[in-house]
Design a protein around this ligand. Sequence first.
Ligand SMILES: Nc1ncnc2c1ncn2[C@@H]1O[C@H](COP(=O)(O)OP(=O)(O)OP(=O)(O)O)[C@@H](O)[C@H]1O
Ligand SMILES: [Mg+2]
Length: 429
Amino acid sequence: MESDKQSTERQATILLVDDESINLSVFGQFLAPYYQILVATNGQRALQLAGGAPKPDLILLDVMMPDMDGYEVIGQLKADPKTGDIPVIFVTALTSDLEEERGLSLGAVDYLYKPCHLSILLARIKTQLELKHARDWLKNQNTYLEAEVQRRHQENQSVHLQLLQSEKLAAIGQLAAGIAHEINNPIGFVNSNLNTLNGYLRDVFCVVDAYNAALAEKNFSEEALQNLRTLKQTKQLDYLRGDIPELIAESMEGLSRVRDIIQDLKDFAHADKNDWELADLHKGLDSTLNIINNELKYHCTVHKQYGEMPEIYCLPSQLNQVFMNLLINAAHAIDTKGDIHISTGCTEPNVWVEIRDNGKGIAPENLPRLFEPFFTTKPVGKGTGLGLSVSQNIVRKHGGKIEVSSQLGQGSRFRVWLPIRPPESASAE
Ligand SMILES: Nc1ncnc2c1ncn2[C@@H]1O[C@H](COP(=O)(O)OP(=O)(O)OP(=O)(O)O)[C@@H](O)[C@H]1O
Ligand SMILES: [Mg+2]
């Protein structure tokens, strides 16, 4: 064990600095079995060796030397980041408290007087090397921990981004299902109308064929005429005359609903644009409402109280996402049947959009946590808790804010404030 310790201690390198070679040789010979020894007979050489390789683990420094004394040497060692951390023990013949104080204040870790007991010298060196070893270990540990914190931070960010992405995908999936349903309805009845029209057309042609056959006969008998009348009645030609235009009008109406939904979708996504531009928030609210109609229509009655509002400079599709999150939250807060009020207004230099519901409300202890990423009171798989945090980021990007007030059991009110002209820094992003 002892020999192990000695062999590790041997790894340490000690720089002896003294202008008297006799001192160097006494110290050097005594310490050589324990440490790797470097020697310098003046300050300049000492600085050179301290900055080179192998880097000394400790320096034994004489104070009184010609040209450059020990105080100057330690001053330069401490000023250089490469050598500043090497512990220095002053070894001097000057027995003065003042000198010792000066040496320690310059950064020396210990102060020894010549002549000194070599065993005391060895003990002091060992202590200082152990301390240095502990300091180095802490420093390494610190560097490692800092790197680890950085790595985990990056890891968290990428998990956060992945979650955002999957939340986005889930929301898109949900929306797509709703939109498919909205489109399916009109397509369904246009399809059924076309089938009916197909049957009607067959009947009409059947009557037309009978007329053509009768016209081709040379002698048009009373009986043939009667047959034609009966056929016309059987095929309900008069009824068809009224029903066919209705079916066509209904089908055209259905197709125009599909066209509107697609237009709203395009408006919502703003034709893939993500640029700052002047936009009418009422239009954004309307197309968002149409998109999520399927989520709302069965249990929520939407009331619109749009006020006067100028166009604002914004990222319209991102604001639509905010409105969608607030509206869907409001709809989720309503259990059976309820109302959602959307009101807007302008108080220069800002505009506001308010979404109010009479749903279940928010518990006071949850209010401060609403905008935290991943905060949700919804069951697993229902909410990711990102809607409000994403919305707040978007609104902040516009230089605006979201205000909330709520009464448990009564409902909630979310008001989005946005500047008509966002601060330069925002729109320059
Ligand atoms: N209008 C509201 N009424 C009642 N509670 C609300 C309302 N809006 C938000 N909350 C509460 O705030 C929580 C966080 O909302 P947020 O939109 O951030 O996430 P989420 O709706 O739970 O999930 P996600 O939006 O990601 O699907 C909700 O779980 C809910 O408890
Ligand atoms: Mg939500």
